[in-house]
Design a protein around this ligand. Structure first.
Ligand code: ADP
Ligand code: MG
Length: 554
């Protein structure tokens, strides 16, 4: 083409495309949802920008919409939007690379699973497959886009096999503002050029995208498939579970069944609507260093930002929408960072999320166990990041312990404490097996004492600053003198008779070891082993010490 340039896809994109085309994901329907979701995002972005810059809207603009047109004779499918559009550079960057961090790690994980189709599917199911999923059903994809306010349009064309071509497009051919994506469907994907198929997929996946969707039928009529009304402002009683799930897919970019749906309207000092979801599976980017949340902020139905820090980072797995009635529409980036109203809303929503997690924990231990499996390590970050929330987090926190399978609450632990037991004992370690094998544990197990088994990296951090739960301090089994003397051993485990005074031996050992140890002392901590290493009362726990040594070592 005249003025056309050929570009190679970024290596990750090529890998992703290869995976998609080779049917790692067998449900190809979702490509349409991804394209509609991008079109809706583009409309919402322009809706927001045009509030302060009405000139961005093309003359005659009469509302945002997504239009789908199918041509069964040519075997093509076209999705158009009158949203923000893309410049040449944006097309090159957005449709040639993968912006989301964590993608490389995700692809590596997929590759590790090798030919295991099922595993691969489960993994890719969590991954926002995005624009590139179009190549699951198309031999060629053509994108024509005109950035709002621009006098130029560009065309992007690719067969998904390593390169794409970028060239100027005829303005007459381009939308007045926005993007048109045309798929030349592959022979075995002809069903996607049929109106009935399109209608079914839109109903299943995109019926509550907050921009209306129209289908241009063959007879020249346009039919509305979705009205674009905001689901979150509808009364709870009128929303079905299927509608919630479909909306969760759009807003969360996840494919599992949400473990928790939180839908309410807050009235009082601030008015806002909330529709949030707690996923039941870990999104692949959960531990990305940027710890970004994915809640969408709206102001009176206008999308404002998808990265406003409404919830704290330790609740970053929650997805959904918060729509404020009283924030100004012209919120700048800076205003988003430090806005007292937003902060108040964030506090209120955090209260509610914790309360709902607590309710689920009380009412459905099995469902809650899944949530804790997936997100417990993230929630525990709150134990040191948000000391003012500690007691609330303790209520929903669950732990592995010695002597119990499954998750235990601190409440259950405290209720089962032995006579004379004054502390909540914990052991830090790489894994449950490693902790259970440690000699320091012997004296506790012999006395039937329950010990928290803490194996998440985050545990070493919160537990050091934790003050205690219901007046009971946390105490490491590998730290300081074990205060076990007051808790009797069961008769069977009593020490054998004879000379048990190890005082002289301890003195001799200390003399021999010198400065290598702070002290040598007899301990009730041990039952069968002869010796073990412990940290001093005020020193670092041994595992914390190790973690810190690792951290400073790079
Ligand atoms: P994601 O939507 O998660 O960012 P996608 O692969 O779906 O990832 O899309 C990549 C990017 O391409 C989008 O973030 C957006 O910047 C751009 N894009 C895709 N479709 C459109 C569109 N219809 N209008 C404007 N920009 C788009
Ligand atoms: Mg997308």
């Amino acid at each position: 083409t005249a003025g056309g340039e050929r570009h190679a896809f970024e290596a990750e994109v090529s890998r992703l495309l290869h995976l998609m085309v080779h049917a790692v994901y067998s449900n190809k329907d979702i490509f349409l949802r991804e394209l509609i979701s991008n079109a809706a995002d583009a409309c919402e972005k322009l809706r927001y920008l045009s509030l302060s810059e009405p000139g961005l809207l093309p003359p005659g603009h009469d509302g945002f919409r997504i239009e789908i047109a199918a041509d069964a004779a040519k075997n093509t499918l076209t999705i158009s939007d009158n949203g923000i559009g893309m410049s040449r550079e944006e097309m090159k960057d957005n449709l040639g690379t993968i912006a989301r961090s964590g993608t490389r790690a995700f692809l590596d994980q997929l590759a590790d699973k090798g030919g295991e189709q099922k595993q691969g599917q489960a993994l890719i199911g969590q991954f926002g497959v995005g624009f590139y999923s179009a190549f699951m059903v198309a031999d060629r994809v053509r994108v024509v886009s005109r950035k709002a306010g621009s006098e130029e349009a560009f065309a992007w064309v690719s067969d998904g096999k390593g390169t794409f071509e970028l060239s100027p497009a005829d303005l007459a051919e381009a939308p007045a503002a926005g993007t048109r994506v045309t798929l030349e469907l592959s022979a075995d994907a002809a069903t996607y050029a049929e109106e009935a198929t399109i209608e079914r997929i839109v109903r299943e996946y995109s019926a509550h995208v907050p921009v209306p969707i129209r289908l241009a039928a063959a007879d020249g009529e346009a039919r509305e498939l979705a009205d674009g009304a905001a689901l979150w402002v509808k009364p709870k009683a009128s929303v079905t579970p299927e509608e919630y799930k479909e909306f969760y897919g759009h807003v969360g970019g996840l494919w599992d069944d949400p473990a928790l749906t939180i839908h309410y309207r807050a009235e009082g000092r601030h008015e806002y609507s909330v529709l949030l979801f707690v996923p039941s599976q870990k999104p692949f980017d959960l531990f990305d260093p940027d710890r970004r949340g994915r809640i969408r902020l709206y102001v009176r139905r206008v999308f404002i930002a998808d990265d406003a820090a409404i919830l704290p980072a330790w609740l970053r797995f929650v997805r959904g929408v918060v729509d404020s009635e009283d924030l100004p529409l012209n919120l700048s980036r800076e205003m988003l960072q430090q806005n007292p109203v937003l902060e108040q809303i964030g506090k209120g929503v955090t209260n509610r999320v914790l309360a709902e997690l607590g309710k689920l924990a009380d009412n459905d231990a099995e469902a809650y166990a899944k949530v804790w499996d997936a997100f417990g390590a993230v929630i525990k970050e709150g134990l040191y990041e948000a000391p003012e929330r500690r007691d609330e987090i303790y209520k929903v926190a669950r732990f592995q312990t010695t002597g119990h399978d499954g998750w235990r609450s601190l409440g259950a632990y405290v209720a089962a404490m032995k006579e004379n037991q004054t502390a909540i004992y914990y052991a830090l370690g790489e894994s449950r097996a490693a902790v259970l094998a440690s000699p320091q544990l012997e004296g506790y197990v012999a006395r039937g004492l329950e010990v928290l088994v803490l194996t998440d990296p985050v545990d070493a951090f919160w537990v050091r600053t934790a003050l205690g739960y219901e007046g009971k301090p946390f105490k490491s089994i590998s730290q300081g003198a074990a205060d076990l003397d007051l808790i009797p051993l069961p008769a069977a485990a009593e020490q054998p008779d004879g000379d048990t005074d190890v005082g002289p031996l301890a003195v001799a050992l200390k003399a021999a070891l010198g400065d290598k140890v702070a002290a040598v002392r007899a301990s009730a901590r041990l039952a069968t082993s002869a010796v073990c290493l412990v940290a001093s009362d005020y020193g670092l726990d041994r595992r914390t010490e190790k973690l810190m040594a690792r951290g400073t070592g790079g």
